[in-house]
Design a protein around this ligand. Structure first.
Ligand code: PMP
Length: 356
């Protein structure tokens, strides 16, 4: 029997995507070869790339000025690749520090230029999203993390600025409609809402490129990847294909509006329970709560392990909080059925009533 999968990433994928991916590993599109056995420069794989990129742009409602790239190295590589391509020595970029991933991006950007941390929620353990802060108009760009996977906060409105926006959307990409076109660069590791680990999506507006003096190694240069259509070297073919299957599934299910509706329903159901059961205490500022990752603690910390044991007994995985913040975390990405959330709430309610 399939477990209730609350993992934070890699995480739950639609069952039909898993079935189709398994089939393709054995016999890709009935051609008599595995997906893993075909060259990345064949028309078979070119079709996969072309369809994926076109679906990405369709779902995000992007025009000619944006390019979608599939790159290696995870979102972590983007922490350095973004400033390497966009920030010259002596220039300053604005960064928001709302969690561990944003902090890592800040640290790496400092290797390439000046960083101005224009907003930080560190004073309250990153349990809220900053509002109404100043962003100097001279900033080369503003970097923010749309959803803080570890801390459980999410930007529900865009930061207000005219400087180019750069967003790490690793943990809420394709879970809601956003003004994607207003961004100069968006990146996301695929292993949450858009497929398997091993590939990173980068969407870049071409007009921000080529504006720095630094020499960039070709494998790190977005312009070279654009010229080569994400085929500068061998792409992670399996991860790209799983991403195509996931994008097709998102479109078939009703696109981003439907993903957003489902995410809100799941989150509302879970947070309502967290707000009403005294043993479970949500840690995040109400209006900044993430629809993807709900973070909470036990009112009596000694009950945390017994509760996790109950989860395990009931076939629920991924409930333990990130090692850096502790507590508990439930991740509810696009493929998460409402039934899993209901089963979890039922378990919390029983546990609450038994131990109160
Ligand atoms: N940014 C965010 C918001 C994340 O959640 C993660 C990973 N969970 C990363 C960056 C790092 O991604 P990767 O492991 O793909 O490098």
């Amino acid at each position: 029997m399939k477990m209730h999968n609350f993992n934070s990433g890699p995480s739950i994928l639609p069952q039909e995507v898993l079935n189709q991916a398994a089939e393709a590993v054995l016999n890709f599109n009935n051609i008599g070869l595995s997906l893993l056995e075909i060259g990345h420069r064949t028309s078979w794989f070119q079709d996969v790339l072309d369809e994926s990129r076109s679906l990405i742009k369709e779902l995000m409602q992007l025009g000619e000025e944006h390019e979608a790239l599939y790159l290696h190295g995870g979102a972590t590589t983007q922490f350095m690749q973004v400033p390497m391509n966009l920030l010259d020595d002596g220039e300053t970029a604005a960064y928001c520090d709302n969690g561990i991933w944003g902090s890592k991006a800040i640290k790496e950007a400092k290797l390439f230029g000046n960083v101005n941390v224009v907003a930080s929620s560190k004073d309250k353990n990153h349990t809220y999203i900053n509002k109404g802060f100043e962003i100097p108009a001279t900033s080369k760009y503003l970097h923010y993390t749309t959803n803080n996977t570890v801390e459980g906060t999410q930007w529900h409105a865009l930061p207000e600025t005219n400087v180019p926006l750069v967003a790490d959307m690793s943990s809420d990409i394709f879970s809601r409609n956003m003004p994607f076109a207003k961004h100069s660069l968006i990146y996301a590791g695929a292993q949450k809402n858009m497929g398997a680990a091993g590939v990173t999506l980068v969407v870049v507006k071409k007009d921000v490129l080529g504006k720095i003096k630094r020499a960039i190694p070709p494998i790190m240069d977005y312009r070279i990847h654009i010229e080569n259509g994400s085929l500068l070297n061998t792409p992670p073919v399996f991860a790209v294909y799983v991403s195509l299957l996931t994008l097709r599934w998102i479109k078939k299910e009703g696109g981003l509006a439907e993903m957003e509706k489902r995410a809100k329903e799941r989150a509302e159901y879970l947070y309502n329970a967290l707000d009403s059961l005294p043993l479970f205490v949500p840690t995040v500022n109400k209006e900044d709560r993430s629809f993807m990752n709900a973070v909470f603690v036990m009112q009596r910390p000694e009950l945390e392990q017994p509760f996790l044991d109950e989860c395990k007994k009931n076939g629920m995985v991924g409930v333990k909080g990130h090692r850096s913040v502790g507590g508990l975390r439930v991740s509810m990405y696009n493929a998460m059925p409402m039934d899993s959330v209901k089963a979890f709430v039922e378990l919390m309610t029983e546990f609450n009533n038994k131990n109160l």
